[in-house]
Ligand binder design. Structure first.
Ligand code: NAP
Length: 329
């Protein structure tokens, strides 16, 4: 099969199409004939050597795909060969075939194409786990999402609105600002021009939940902005892993400062998230309350440009790779 090799790692130019063996599904796993794969920021880190895959998983990049079930490992009961699915995969998504626990596959949401579904698993699992489970966002509460135009951000804004929360967000330019407002963010702060802490404080006084992928100097501001009982959920540290916060504020306001990574969760935990998504989130695509947002689709052979696009950070929503297109195994 064709897959993307990143050799010894490095800049985007190390990525190239290679030929390799089709993986074989183990017990409880299905083999997917991949149609499209999502490109995620963690792929850039893994390519550069800063994010090694967990033991026992494919060294090939790629954390989410859409495609068709091509073979069943022993004990699989949920899918039949030929079913169209999207899946959160532990690695190996940038390839014509990849294996995944059958419990990490989901049907395509009603009205969503095979192509667009490839960009849903990573962002939906992450937002559901961090905003709704860990952050326990409630209807009527105020959510601050940093990186509002990112793949994660556009899903966080839409889901928070769909569940009745109010949303403020930070972005790096005017086009992203306008887009996030259209998606339903009441406040969209261009952090290159304005101080998000001052803007949110003057409009709302404070927030109940912060979903933060930046860290660094944002930590102190996040903690200052959180209202009594507020929750700060850290999902990345793009702006630095170290920050200084006023611990007295955590104490006095009874804040919860927490975070998580998706890839390290157990198979069972991700399976539980998948079930919750199917019940709570998938129906929102049918009603139009939530939609996939795709910036651009690249052919597998153009993977270097796809990574460069994410590195430029001008995109809004997801960047995808066309691996095998819509055909069957
Ligand atoms: N913990 C988890 O479970 C988990 C799971 C998936 C993803 N993540 C993380 O969540 C983040 C978003 O993922 P994604 O795939 O949606 O990424 P993405 O689409 O590439 O978005 C990242 C965004 O962060 C913003 N940003 C703010 N400060 C930045 C900085 N110092 N350097 C680079 N970008 C900065 C950029 O927008 P502006 O230019 O507008 O600021 C950029 O669009 C990533 O950091 C990823 O590693 C975490």
């Amino acid at each position: 099969m064709r897959y993307i090799d990143h050799g010894q790692g490095g800049a985007a130019e190390v990525l190239h199409v290679a030929e390799g063996l089709r993986p074989a599904p183990r017990a409880g796993e299905v083999l997917l004939h991949v149609a499209y794969a999502g490109v995620n920021r963690p792929d850039l880190l893994q390519r550069a050597g800063a994010y090694p895959p967990p033991q026992g998983t494919s060294p090939v990049l790629g954390l989410e795909v859409s495609g068709h079930v091509a073979a069943l490992g022993s004990g699989c009961t949920r899918w039949r060969v030929g079913d169209a699915v999207c899946a959160l995969v532990p690695g190996g998504g940038y390839a014509e075939y990849c294996v995944v626990p059958e419990v990490h596959c989901l049907p395509l949401p009603a009205g969503v194409s095979l192509q667009d579904a490839a960009g849903l698993p990573e962002v939906c699992f992450t937002v559901w786990a961090n905003v709704f489970r860990i952050g326990a966002l409630q209807a009527g509460e105020r959510l601050l999402v940093h990186g509002g135009s990112s793949g994660i951000g556009v899903m966080a804004i839409q889901l928070a609105r769909a569940f009745g929360a109010r949303v403020a967000t930070t972005v790096g330019n005017a086009a992203k600002q306008a887009f996030c407002r259209e998606l339903g963010a009441e406040l969209a702060v261009n952090y290159r021009e304005e101080d998000f802490e001052a803007v949110v404080r003057s409009a709302w006084g404070g927030v109940d939940v912060v979903l933060d992928m930046v860290g660094g100097a944002y930590a102190a501001k996040n903690v200052r902005l959180l209202a009594r009982g507020g929750r700060l959920v850290q999902i990345a540290v793009l702006g630095g892993a170290k920050g200084e916060v006023d611990l007295a504020q955590i104490m006095v306001k009874r804040l919860v400062v927490t975070g998580s990574t998706l890839r390290a969760r157990s198979i069972e935990d991700k399976a539980a998230l998948a079930q919750e998504l199917q019940v709570q989130v998938w129906p929102l695509f049918a009603t139009g309350a939530v939609r996939p947002i795709v910036q651009r689709v690249y052919d597998l052979a153009d993977v270097v440009q796809a990574h460069r696009e994410l590195e430029r950070s001008q995109h809004i929503g997801k960047v995808l790779l066309r691996v095998g297109g819509g055909g069957m195994a």
